[in-house]
Write a protein that binds this ligand. Structure first.
Ligand SMILES: *Cc1c(COP(=O)(O)O)cnc(C)c1O
Length: 375
């Protein structure tokens, strides 16, 4: 029987045709399709600006620079995230300060963020874990109290809403990734959205070596560097793919929610399997479907699923427990009780738009068997 990965992109003939057309157009990198994808993306998340960059990690760095994060600053963020979230802070020369998560949803606990923030806090970097939006209103209040900027790492949450507003229009700056496992893909790619035109301009320069536009029609070649920057550009043919993919987002998000509902119904009869909670005031994007099982059986269950051809994953080894971060930041076990308790119990089950109901049922049966249930 064919294996079931935990996530899988969908590319159709029209996607291929759009990329081919872009390649034949003569524009390979920054061209009309970048601008067009940015406009479509901003419209889709309800922001006034969207800036396309090379990948989600570059998007994090670009957003942190636009938030003014630099050496000597602190950024409060969760540890239960991909290492890129914390590394972008380090690469900006700032210090990541980890806050704990709420046990039900595994998104940042505002009380812990408040406790770990300080006068040096320049930004709160909130991760919409698994596609569940953070409590942005509570986090914004803490950020405002510190004069800090609220940045969303919404790499899991394209398609989600918070209190009726699309993620991407809620924080001061919001970061997305288009890696193949994410909601839509450009192969590699990223985006930052904001309503702040000055920050958007800074980000457009940041992705192109900090160079400003030519100010003088008589010297169209005279472009000078006004700020730090690098090469974080996204290509025109990737944006052709991105705009095509974006057209499928609503249908794909609906299907992810249906799959989640099917898992929830099935696991209601399996008390050992506890799906994460979902707040009433959000619409989840279900990038991941994460369940908790008793810690002593988690590792064996993951192996048993894998031997049945089902690619269960654990998202993530908490950043504060990686050897590199422990050594560099002095973090370690005991720092974040809820994060560490969750890490022992979580696993991610397959979820992607083209996963069939039969596929979901196969996963559910394999979980029951892996836990020693009926054969
Ligand atoms: C995928 C991801 C990133 C990094 O995105 P890349 O495009 O792979 O650089 C950052 N944060 C989170 C939470 C992610 O899931």
């Amino acid at each position: 029987m064919e294996g079931i990965p935990y996530g899988r992109p969908a590319i159709d003939d029209l996607d291929v045709a759009a990329v081919t057309e872009a390649l034949r157009s003569g524009w390979l990198t920054s061209g009309p399709r970048v601008a067009s994808f940015e406009r479509a993306f901003a419209k889709s998340v309800g922001s006034s600006e969207a800036v396309a960059v090379a990948n989600g990690t570059a998007a994090l760095k670009t957003a942190l620079d636009a938030a003014g994060v630099g050496p000597g600053d602190e950024v409060v963020l969760p540890s239960l995230t991909f290492v890129a979230t914390a590394n972008a802070v380090l690469e900006q020369g700032a210090r990541p300060v980890f806050a704990d998560v709420e046990p039900g949803t595994l998104v940042l606990d505002p009380a812990s963020v408040e406790a770990r923030s300080s006068p040096r806090t320049k930004a709160i970097l909130a991760v919409d874990y698994a596609g569940h939006p953070c409590d942005y209103d509570a986090l914004r209040k803490i950020a405002r109290g510190r004069g800090a900027v609220l940045v969303g790492d919404a790499c899991h949450a394209l398609g989600a809403t918070y209190r009726g507003r699309p993620v991407g229009s809620v924080a001061d700056l919001t970061v997305f990734s288009f890696h193949p496992v994410k909601a839509i893909t450009t192969g590699e790619g990223g985006m930052v959205t904001t309503d702040d035109a000055a920050r958007a301009e800074r980000m457009r320069r940041f992705r192109h070596h900090g160079l400003g536009p030519a100010a003088d029609a008589a010297r169209p070649w005279y472009r000078v560097m006004t700020q730090p920057g690098s090469n974080f550009r996204l290509t025109d043919f990737q944006c052709a793919l991105g705009e095509r993919q974006l057209g499928n987002l609503a249908a794909w998000t609906r299907r992810r929610r249906e799959i989640a509902k099917r898992y929830r119904r099935a696991f209601a009869a399996q008390p050992a399997v506890r799906p994460l909670a979902e707040a009433d005031d959000v619409a989840h994007a279900y990038h991941l479907f994460v369940v908790r099982v008793p810690a002593p059986v988690r590792d064996a269950l993951v192996l048993s699923l894998r031997s049945a051809g089902i690619e269960a994953m654990v998202h993530y080894v908490p950043v504060h427990l990686h050897p590199y971060h422990r050594e560099r930041l002095g973090t370690g076990p005991g720092d974040l009780p809820q994060t560490e308790a969750a890490f022992d119990e979580i696993l991610s089950l397959p979820i992607y738009p083209h996963l069939s109901d039969a596929g979901v049922d196969r996963v559910v049966d394999a979980v029951a068997r892996g836990l020693g249930g009926p054969r």
